[in-house]
Each structure stands twice: as structure tokens, then as C-alpha cells.
Design a protein. Structure first.
Lengths: 339, 269
């Protein structure tokens, strides 16, 4: 696609003609009758943070596992850091690291022992393995916890150790499968900072997430995936722009009036309304400030009190809604098994 | 713990010269040793059942079965060693199932290492387990009055046979570990199959008093061959045929199941 579009400082630095970190064409993976990944193309420039966004069961993890040589594609082809996935898996493995969705650590060993074990598997000998382990523990703020067994770690500490374990040898591409799922907000911020710094040092990061905010915050480009297909790709700004110029967001004083308000807005603005029932909030596409203003006036005239209203760019939630015709969260329950 | 202090001043690290397959295997062996260090209670699990068996059978049934507790211990101890090793060979399958379930094997598989190194580590763990459990049971036997007539050489030979038995039987549970996602299910499946094989053998009693159909099974049960050879090695006078028969099952299991393990592991989803 438009790989050379200058999106941010990082992307601009890897200009047109720069080799790609990941290039995939028509990747397919079935599990029985289910097409977990159904023909996905991907171009990820080197040094970029690239997010794969989608609900549970959309095929994100399967796509990532194929790119990390852990699952064999049933169709299509891909290369990672210039090496073909099918014919040179070992070369690919020496240039990538993957942090899975769940901490892939030995719970019975200490954090330090886990890192030393992996460092030695990579080929660091006695003292070099210890030194690299110390560097990693220090960088991830785990020096004090290094001699504790991993089973006694908090979720945030596990996650950090898990990512540290992926950086024993600085990888060309780091795969992060839902790096902040299950973390509290502070720990999540910490992981985000770490990911940005890694990308700043030249590591390409491909991450999956079901948090729209996470993709928005971190990634220079986002591919939106649903039912094994890529339904959109672009920068966060481009994705938002694709759904319309602006959104009118309204908070009702009386949530019980939600349906009435939604019907009025739909009639006035001719666009479908996305409702959040708990908070009594509504979002609807509004082309200009003037049409939005008129719509608010219609609500007030009908006796619907508002506690708040604002014009804004659509949230990625709204983008997902516009792209798939349904909210991102809806699929969680019914397609859980696809992963 | 706050993440605010997270500095990530992490120096770049180039990949060192790739290590040898042997060095990979040593690392996994080291991991197995660390497990013993961190989970000493695991050893308790390993030896409690055989110790209970030794004490109960010797003192409760020994007199009735063999005339005196001392005579029975002399008969029973080599057999309880076989039983211990066969039962304990389930552990590597359970460990494997745990590692796969936790995604640890995915990390190993995404490393550019000798792909069989993790299994070599399991084997190292197994061998250590068998030697430690066997050593403890032999010590208790010696305290209770067991005397290996063939001396140290006989005991060393018997333990070598034990390790070979554990190695061979272990393949069954490594296959189960690769196929079954929950460690407890591996254990249940294993014991459903192991109990009849171990009990319908000559470990506890001589088969002469059994009904003929059972006796026919006991006499061709590989566990009986193993027990007979162990008795022979520890008491002196084991024949070449006895040892060959004891090794037949482990050798066949290795030849048949090692390629299956390799195939199951290397086949990617």
C-alpha cells in the first residue's frame, strides 16, 4: 500500500525504498472449518510500531504466530527481515523475539534464573550471560525482585520480565501479543513507555491489541482485523477520517430518554447513532458544527436535557463500529474459541 | 512497585556465536536441577509412596508372604525400585504438559536452538529423579536390613538398568504430555494404565499362587522381566537373557516413540 506515506518521525526516517521488516501476501490459516486468518497482506517498515487491532477471535494471535514461525500458514507467503518464513524459519527466528499473550516464563525459577537460562540458550557464556541478565533486570526495574521466584511476581512484573526475556539479543522485530491485557493502568503506562523506547532504538514492534486506545497511543500504523480479514489499514488519523469528519458526542441527563434521543438524532442527521447505555451517552456523525448545533437544538426542543455535549474526532471504537457495523466488544463472547 | 522509574537504558546486544546442541541440552539439564532446588517438596512426592509401600509390605505382609520380614524385604526391594521408576517416569510428561500449557515451549520453539534440546533436559531431570528416589529407597532398605549380595558392582549395574527402564518408559508420557493439555489429565491417564501393569507383576508376590490366566499375563509382563533382572543384578547371578528381556521393552519403546515425539514436536500447527 502506501508504505512511504510520512506518518511520523519514525516512519519518515525509513523512507520509500527502505527494506520492510515484515512483508506478507495473502496469509491464510484454517483450524478445521474455521478460517482464523483469511488472506491477509501486511507491510511493516523497519523501526515502526505497527498495531493489529481487533476483537477477541479476530485472528490476531494466529497471524502473529505465523509471522513468528510458530504456526505454519495454509496459504500465502511472508518474509520477516528479508528472510522467507517457509524456507528460512531458522534465520527468521534468529532475528525476532515474541512475547505471547500469557507470560512464557518458568514460574518455579527466579526471574534471574529465567533470564540466565535464555541467555545461555542464545549462546552467551557464563559471565556474559550474567552480565546481560543484570542489564535486563536493571533496565526493567527488576533488580530487587531478581532472586524471587516468578510465581511471586505481580502481573506487571511478570509482563516486564517476559518482555525482558524477549530482548536478550536485541531483535530486529519484536512481536508483542496483547502486551497490556490484564494490567492495571500504571503498569500499562510503564509497558507503553518501554515499547516506545524500544522502537526509538530501532526495533520494529508488531503488537496486537483489542484496546483501541492502545493502538491509538502507540502505533504509527494500525491494521484493523475482523474475522480473519483486514478490513482497514492506516494511521490512527486516517482511520478516523475514513469514518467522517467529526462526531457529535452527547451525554443525557436522563439515560431513560436514550432511545427517544437516538431516534431524533438519526432523523435530524441521517446517520446511525452509537449508544452507550450505561452512561447515557450517544455519538453520531455530524459533518459540520452547524448541523451538530441544529441537532442539539432539536433535542432541547423535545424536552431532552443534556449534561454535556462535544464535537470531536471519532474514537477508534466509533471507527470500528463504522467499519464493521457493530461495536468491537460484541464479538468477544461468541468467538473466544478461535484463538 | 511503580513503573515511573523505568529507564530502559538497555545496551544493544548482538547475537553471540550460536551454541552447540550439546550446550543447549546442558542448559535444559541445569533447569531441571534448579527445579529440585526450588521445589524440594517434589522429592517428597517422589519417594513417599515407595517408602510407604516398602514399610507396609515388609512389616504388614512380609511375614505372611515370605515367612519373615527380612526375607520379604530381600525379595521386595529390587521390585519396589522398578515400581518407583515406572511411576516417576510420569513426571516428565506432566512437566512437558505444564510447559506447553504455559506457553514456555513456544518461547523455546521460537529460539534458534537445537529443537530437541528441551527433551534432552527432560531426560536429565528424569535420570536425576530416578537416581535420587532409588538412592533414598535403597538407603531405607539397607537400614531395615536389606543386603545386596552382589555388592556395590551389582547395585551400580542395577541402577544403570533402572535408568534405562525410566528412559524407555518416559517416552510414553512425553507423547501423552505433547498430546494432552492439562498435566492432571496426563497423570490420570498414566496411572489408569500403569496400575494394572505394575501390580499384575512379580514385584510384590511370586506368581505361583495366582490363577492361571493372570499368571500367564504376569509371566510376559515387561515389568516382571525388569524385576527379575533387578533381583538378579542385586543378588548376583543375573543371566544375560534376563537382562536382555528386561531391556526389551525400554528399547522397543524408545525406537517406536522417539520418532513419534520428534514428529509431534516438529509438526507446526
Amino acid at each position: 500500500m502506501n508504505d512511504s506515506t510520512p506518518i511520523s518521525g519514525i516512519a519518515a526516517a525509513t523512507d520509500a525504498g527502505a527494506p520492510l521488516a515484515i512483508s506478507a501476501r495473502g496469509l491464510v490459516k484454517h483450524f478445521g472449518d474455521v478460517k482464523a486468518v483469511d488472506g491477509i497482506d501486511l507491510n511493516v517498515p523497519r523501526g515502526m510500531i505497527f498495531a493489529i487491532l481487533g476483537p477477541n477471535g479476530a485472528g490476531k494471535t494466529t497471524l502473529m504466530r505465523m509471522l513468528a514461525t510458530l504456526a505454519k500458514p495454509d496459504g500465502g507467503e511472508a518474509s520477516v527481515m528479508g528472510h522467507d518464513l517457509a524456507t528460512e524459519p531458522r534465520a527468521v527466528r534468529s532475528l525476532i523475539a515474541m512475547t505471547g499473550q500469557f507470560a512464557t516464563l518458568d514460574e518455579d525459577l527466579t526471574g534471574r534464573e529465567n533470564l540466565i537460562m535464555l541467555a545461555r540458550l542464545w549462546g552467551f557464556r557464563g559471565r556474559a550471560a550474567k552480565q546481560r541478565t543484570n542489564e535486563l533486570l536493571a533496565a526493567f526495574d527488576l533488580s530487587d525482585a531478581g532472586n524471587k521466584q516468578v510465581k511471586d511476581y505481580s502481573g506487571g512484573m511478570r509482563r516486564r520480565l517476559d518482555i525482558a526475556a524477549s530482548l536478550i539479543v536485541t531483535p530486529g522485530v519484536l512481536f508483542l501479543d496483547e502486551p497490556t491485557t490484564g494490567l492495571d493502568p500504571t503498569a500499562r503506562q510503564g509497558v507503553w513507555r518501554m515499547i516506545r523506547k524500544l522502537a526509538g532504538s530501532g526495533v520494529t514492534v508488531l503488537l496486537t491489541t483489542q484496546y483501541l486506545e492502545e493502538a491509538d497511543q502507540l502505533a504509527a500504523r494500525i491494521a484493523v482485523i475482523d474475522h480473519g480479514r483486514k478490513i482497514a489499514e492506516g494511521t490512527s488519523r486516517e482511520l478516523k477520517a475514513a469514518t467522517g469528519s467529526g462526531f457529535l458526542n452527547i451525554t443525557l441527563a436522563e439515560p431513560a430518554q436514550l432511545e427517544k434521543a437516538a431516534a431524533l438524532l438519526e432523523k435530524q442527521l441521517g446517520a446511525s447513532v452509537q449508544a452507550n447505555a450505561e452512561g447515557g451517552q450517544l455519538s453520531v456523525l455530524a459533518d459540520t458544527a452547524r448541523t451538530a448545533n441544529e441537532a442539539v437544538a432539536v433535542l432541547l426542543a423535545a424536552g431532552i436535557e443534556l449534561t454535556d455535549f462535544s464535537m470531536g474526532q471519532p474514537s477508534l471504537d466509533a471507527v470500528f463500529f463504522a467499519l464493521t457495523g457493530k461495536p468491537a466488544e460484541d464479538e468477544t463472547a461468541k468467538t473466544e474459541t478461535g484463538q | 512497585m511503580s513503573d515511573a522509574s523505568l529507564s530502559l537504558d538497555l545496551p544493544h546486544a548482538e547475537r553471540p556465536r550460536p551454541p552447540s546442541a550439546f550446550s543447549n541440552a546442558i542448559v535444559f539439564g541445569w533447569r531441571a536441577v534448579l527445579k529440585f532446588k526450588h521445589l524440594p517438596e517434589q522429592l517428597f512426592d517422589l519417594v513417599m509412596t515407595p517408602i510407604m509401600f516398602t514399610l507396609l509390605f515388609t512389616f504388614v505382609f512380609g511375614g505372611a508372604l515370605a515367612g519373615s520380614t527380612g526375607d520379604y524385604l530381600q525379595f521386595f526391594l529390587p521390585g519396589i525400585l522398578v515400581q518407583t521408576v515406572v511411576f516417576n517416569s510420569v513426571y516428565s510428561g506432566m512437566g512437558l504438559s505444564t510447559d506447553i500449557g504455559k506457553g514456555l515451549f513456544d518461547r523455546f520453539r521460537s529460539l534458534p536452538i537445537w529443537s530437541l534440546a528441551p527433551f534432552a533436559g527432560l531426560m536429565v531431570g528424569d535420570i536425576l529423579r530416578h537416581l535420587i528416589a532409588g538412592g533414598i529407597i535403597l538407603t531405607i532398605g539397607l537400614i531395615l536390613g536389606y543386603r545386596p549380595e552382589a555388592g556395590i558392582a551389582g547395585v551400580v549395574a542395577a541402577f544403570a538398568l533402572l535408568v534405562a527402564i525410566g528412559f524407555g518408559v518416559g517416552w510414553i508420557f512425553i507423547v501423552l504430555g505433547l498430546l494432552i493439555r492439562t498435566p492432571m489429565t496426563v497423570m490420570t491417564a498414566a496411572f489408569t494404565f500403569l496400575f494394572p501393569i505394575v501390580f499384575a507383576s512379580n514385584i510384590m508376590v511370586r506368581p505361583e499362587t495366582m490363577p492361571s490366566w493372570l499368571r500367564a499375563f504376569v509371566e510376559v509382563n515387561p515389568v516382571s522381566f525388569m524385576t527379575t533382572a533387578m533381583r538378579g543384578l542385586m543378588a548376583g547371578g543375573a543371566t544375560f537373557t534376563e537382562i536382555a528381556l528386561a531391556l526389551a521393552a525400554p528399547v522397543v519403546l524408545t525406537l517406536v516413540l522417539a520418532p513419534v515425539v520428534l514428529w509431534l514436536y516438529l509438526r507446526r500447527e
